[in-house]
Design a protein around this ligand. Structure first.
Ligand SMILES: *[C@@H]1O[C@H](CO)[C@@H](O)[C@H](O)[C@H]1NC(C)=O
Ligand SMILES: *[C@@H]1O[C@H](CO)[C@@H](O)[C@H](O)[C@H]1NC(C)=O
Ligand SMILES: *[C@@H]1O[C@H](CO)[C@@H](O)[C@H](O)[C@H]1NC(C)=O
Length: 463
């Protein structure tokens, strides 16, 4: 049992919140946005929901198809600490930035015809605290970590549904990618525990979706070296040598194991200029060293101090994919935009896409047991993996899924979109589907294929 959230505590909490003169829930309908020169052709709402000391900010887009019946998703971008606007503008939301060099005019948008909001309603949540526009009213509220993050997302969701009761009956899914692999299975299990407990506001939980999810330190990190070999970044000889000298354990290198250290150094030299997020795309200094999150002790492997240097030197260059991050930063920092979004003035010092200075405890090492548990209870899961991602390689994802020993009900096969291979999938007992395609944040790279995958899976059709 992860969370006990009794109604009594909830009432008590409401009283406290009111005495602070901050409403526990407040939201606004947004009809237009700076950067898009027309009324929005979809329904957008933004708002704040208070959970303990924290005011969580969210963006909600109603399904453009049939909001009364279409599934409802809670989407959390990874990091931890990356704003859900990344998911909204770069991956699955209804708007995308025009890739134009910034000249002082506010960045502009076009409509994303492959938005997942075409077939589902999505709450894009800025979490944990310190992410995007979410903030704490009290200094101690900024302290967070994997468990607290997951439980506050769950409490956020309950309050959101309490204030939007018409969505209580829609099929509910929890979704996200990258670091959210550590959080979403915990949220999903917390909801499912309370459903089994009865007596609570019952959520119509159906399952969860994860893209290139960071799931297990050992599986994910150790898969990087075989991945480098399969993708021909390193020779078979170097791979065999590393495998032998490091005994397949590449993350915890004993200080005295010089041979292993030498091999990892040689591997690092071969891969230093590879774009981890998509191995076929140009290497561009990232706005921050994203992979650092996956491995705090990157003593030997894929460590590029240049990332750190470039980070302080400024923003991504025009022509690089991550120039979008710069456009987003300019847009979200603009006063007219913040007014249009109805954010609360003076609550955050500066808007950053990914907050790297959170007080965050990465306590969870693996979410395998959650996946197993949820599968036993019959929840659906779609685990998709951009197979050109070196940050969380598909090999690790494939291996941890195999380790769950689920029976295969539809074996490895290509799936198609417009007659072309969209990716590959294997389906396990209780609708646990593993699908491949693209880079780290898959819908950012292959929006069309990912939309086909998502809309089929979410409407219970085979991929
Ligand atoms: C910036 O470029 C856009 C076209 O991409 C143009 O419409 C706008 O007027 C330019 N703004 C300035 C300040 O030059
Ligand atoms: C990042 O998070 C910390 C701790 O949650 C917070 O104090 C800080 O204001 C945040 N930084 C930004 C730039 O939002
Ligand atoms: C899967 O099977 C292997 C080999 O039989 C066993 O060692 C492992 O514990 C099983 N894992 C689970 C999660 O049941």
């Amino acid at each position: 049992m992860l969370v006990k959230h009794s109604k009594f505590v909830c009432l008590y909490y409401m009283v406290i919140v009111m005495s602070w003169c901050t409403p526990a829930v407040s939201f606004s309908v947004i009809n237009s946005l700076p950067g898009f020169n027309a009324p929005l052709p979809f329904k957008l709402e933004t708002g704040y929901i208070g959970v303990d000391d924290v005011e969580f900010f969210y963006y909600f887009t109603e399904s453009e198809r049939n909001p009364a019946e279409d599934p409802l998703l809670l989407w959390i971008t990874g990091g931890p600490g990356c704003s859900s606007l990344s998911g909204f503008f770069f991956e699955i939301g209804p708007l995308r930035f025009n890739m134009v060099e910034y000249n002082g005019s506010l960045p502009t948008f076009f409509l994303n015809q492959y938005a997942w909001t075409k077939v589902s309603s999505i709450i894009f949540l800025d979490a944990p605290v310190g992410t995007g526009f979410s903030y704490s009213r009290m200094p101690q509220g900024f302290k967070t970590g994997d468990m607290k993050h997951a439980i506050s997302c769950y409490n956020f969701l309950r309050k959101w549904l309490e204030s939007h009761p018409k969505f209580l009956t829609n099929p509910l899914y929890i979704a996200g990618d990258s670091y959210s692999g550590m959080i979403i299975p915990i949220i999903t299990q917390a909801i499912s525990d309370d459903i089994e407990d009865q007596g609570m506001l019952t959520l119509n939980l159906k399952g969860y979706l994860l893209g290139n999810p960071y799931t297990d330190r050992n599986f994910d990190f150790n898969s990087k070296i075989p991945y480098c070999n399969r993708m021909a970044f390193i020779s078979d000889e170097l791979y065999e040598s590393a495998k032998k000298n490091c005994k397949g354990e590449y993350s915890k290198v004993e200080g005295r194991n010089q041979r292993c250290a030498n091999d990892l150094q040689a591997i690092s030299e071969c891969t230093a200029r590879i774009n981890e997020m998509h191995i076929l795309e140009p290497y561009c200094p990232s706005e921050f060293p994203e992979v650092d999150v996956l491995e705090n002790k990157r003593k030997y492997f894929l460590e590029t101090y240049e990332d750190y240097l470039h980070m302080s030197a400024g923003y991504p260059q025009f022509g690089c994919r991550n120039y979008y991050c710069y456009l987003l930063k300019v847009w979200a920092s603009d006063i007219s935009v913040q007014e249009a979004l109805h954010t609360r003035k003076g609550t955050i010092k500066e808007w950053v896409r990914c907050n790297r200075s959170m007080d965050y405890d990465n306590a969870v090492q693996s979410t395998l047991s959650y996946h197993l548990h949820l599968n036993k209870r019959g929840y659906r899961a779609l685990i998709y993996s951009g197979d050109h991602d070196l940050a969380v390689p598909y090999i690790g994802t494939e291996s941890w899924i195999k380790s769950l020993n689920l029976s295969i009900v539809d074996d490895w096969r290509p799936w198609f979109d417009d007659g072309q291979v969209g990716g590959y999938s294997r389906k396990y007992g209780n609708d646990f589907t593993f699908a491949t395609g693209a880079g780290h944040t898959t819908p950012e790279y292959n929006p069309k294929e990912c939309f086909a995958m998502f809309s089929r899976w979410i409407s219970q059709q085979p991929l």
